[in-house]
Design a protein around this ligand. Structure first.
Ligand code: AMP
Length: 280
């Protein structure tokens, strides 16, 4: 695996490969890797000739009150994981390389970004869309791999690709979970032992919602079922439970076709999200 820290060097490496007709798969991450990231890398390894992973904790997608400074980092360990997964290139730029001057240009997908996560994190998806578009232009991938765990991010990036005619195939990869159902996340490391014990309530709430949906209940009842399970967990504080269209992120009242059940809750100072997509 080659570790590359500059845009010029990465382009110099990848341009000839692209010209030779080799397919490039790209997995953007913020590091502190776990089995969820590994699943994206494995999918890229299966489907592409050249696999590029980026590690960049993007300041643009954190609000001033959020955990940019304290976001967990372990570059040494990450490199070991990626080398073992037979990644070809690790792109690990610093903030000056990605943002050498004040950024006057940003991209956003407002309609998809205002709901759910956007209510609590109003600038988050503009930061995500901007860095993802920059990374797409730097890497020039044929396929890009994103985790379904961040379902709204998948919707935002999918729409960005469609609206701007980017020649990239977005591949959404199933959420990887702990045996007790908790979705893997770099932020799980913040949880105290008691909070960690309570954290599977998000997944349990979604399963309860799914049961209600499969039993033919309407979206309000499904939402209430999700809320009820979170409210029954003393350590958890519900942010939202929602039943939405997985492409538009708009509330879905008619429960047919693909439906996304989404939940966000805080356990102490840690905010967790999760979702399930159902085909009804
Ligand atoms: P992050 O490093 O948190 O920005 O995540 C990088 C990529 O890994 C994103 O596309 C995430 O959706 C994906 N990801 C994070 N957690 C999981 C998980 N538990 N299962 C599958 N993909 C995940």
């Amino acid at each position: 695996m080659q570790v590359v820290t500059t845009i010029a060097e990465l382009r110099a490496q990848l341009d000839p490969m692209r010209r030779e007709g080799r397919s490039i798969g790209f997995v953007p991450t913020m590091g502190y890797l776990h089995q969820g990231h590994a699943a994206l890398v494995q999918a890229a390894r299966r489907e592409c000739d050249v696999v590029v992973v980026s590690i960049f904790v993007n300041p643009l997608q954190f609000a001033p009150s959020e955990d940019y400074e304290s976001y967990p980092r372990d570059p040494e360990r990450d490199r070991g994981i990626l080398a073992a997964a037979e990644v070809d290139f690790l792109f690990q730029p610093d903030v000056r390389e990605m943002y050498p001057r004040p950024l006057l240009t940003q991209v956003s997908v407002p309609e998809l970004s205002a709901t759910l996560e956007g209510r609590t994190r109003p600038t988050h998806f503009q930061g995500v869309a901007t860095v993802v578009l920059k990374l797409f232009h730097i890497v020039g991938p044929h396929r890009a791999y994103f985790g379904q765990k961040d379902g709204q991010q998948v919707a935002v990036v999918r729409r960005l690709i469609e609206d701007l005619d980017l020649p990239i195939d977005l591949r959404a990869v199933e959420t990887v979970r702990e045996p007790d159902g908790l979705a893997l996340s770099s932020r799980n490391v913040y949880l105290s032992p008691e909070e960690r014990q309570a954290a599977p309530c998000l997944h349990e709430a979604l399963l309860q919602g799914r049961e209600a949906a499969l039993a033919g209940q309407g979206s309000r009842a499904v939402q209430a079922a999700i809320e009820e399970r979170i409210r029954r967990t003393p350590l958890a504080c519900l942010d939202y439970a929602a039943v939405v269209d997985p492409r538009t992120m708009q509330p879905k009242s008619d429960l047919t076709g693909p439906v996304m059940l989404a939940v966000a809750a805080s356990l102490g100072r840690t905010r967790l999200i999760d979702n399930l997509v159902l085909e009804l």
